[in-house]
Design a protein around this ligand. Structure first.
Ligand SMILES: CC(C)(COP(=O)(O)OP(=O)(O)OC[C@H]1O[C@@H](n2cnc3c(N)ncnc32)[C@H](O)[C@@H]1OP(=O)(O)O)[C@@H](O)C(=O)NCCC(=O)NCCS
Length: 148
């Protein structure tokens, strides 16, 4: 499996949106944050993506998706590890995500469930918190750097 992870560019938007739609994940807000998305490609093109929206030192992890034919081969974890590094270079101290489908997946990555209503600040303006994700979605956090 020859995989290359790279930062997304605007021209990747349609492909990323198609992947998200085929997994029934929201595309709202993706275009605004595409420069903080990563994509993974093989010789056939893009086979997965993961997104980050940055709100001060809080990062919203979103849009983790792998083409159905490529799932459970470590592609999602490869994307996630790269995103984690990217988030740290941007000074993100706390990652938040909302999910209906992958709570257990992110639990294994160290995220813990928190009350969605306990999340405050600019991240509340994101498309996911503004309604693209249902209010019953699981909200999870991972602390990357404790407050000093
Ligand atoms: C969630 C997703 C990105 C994971 O990527 P992946 O490449 O399939 O997963 P990996 O190969 O990195 O990891 C595989 C492991 O995760 C588990 N796993 C995969 N998807 C899972 C899910 N949705 N929930 C819980 N566990 C999951 C597998 O059972 C496997 O477990 P094991 O290592 O104990 O055998 C991918 O399955 C996907 O695109 N799912 C549909 C879209 C989605 O639900 N995205 C989450 C949005 S928040």
């Amino acid at each position: 499996m020859n995989l290359n992870v790279r930062k997304a560019v605007e021209a990747d938007y349609d492909t990323v949106a198609r992947l998200l739609e085929s997994a029934s994940l929201p595309t709202l807000g993706v275009a605004d944050h595409i420069s903080n998305f990563l994509v993974v490609e093989n010789s056939n093109g893009i086979v997965g993506a993961i997104g980050l929206e940055v709100y001060d030192d809080v990062g919203l992890l979103r849009s983790a998706v792998v083409d159905a034919s490529m799932q459970n081969k470590g592609v999602g974890s490869l994307l996630y590890e790269n995103l984690l590094r990217h988030a740290k270079t941007l000074g993100v101290r706390r990652l938040i995500l909302l999910t209906n489908t992958a709570e257990k997946y992110f639990e294994k990555k160290g995220f813990r469930r928190i009350d969605q209503n306990s999340v405050t600040g600019p991240i509340r303006q994101s498309a996911e918190f503004s309604g693209a994700c249902p209010s019953h979605a699981a909200c999870m956090e991972l602390i990357l750097k404790e407050d000093e």
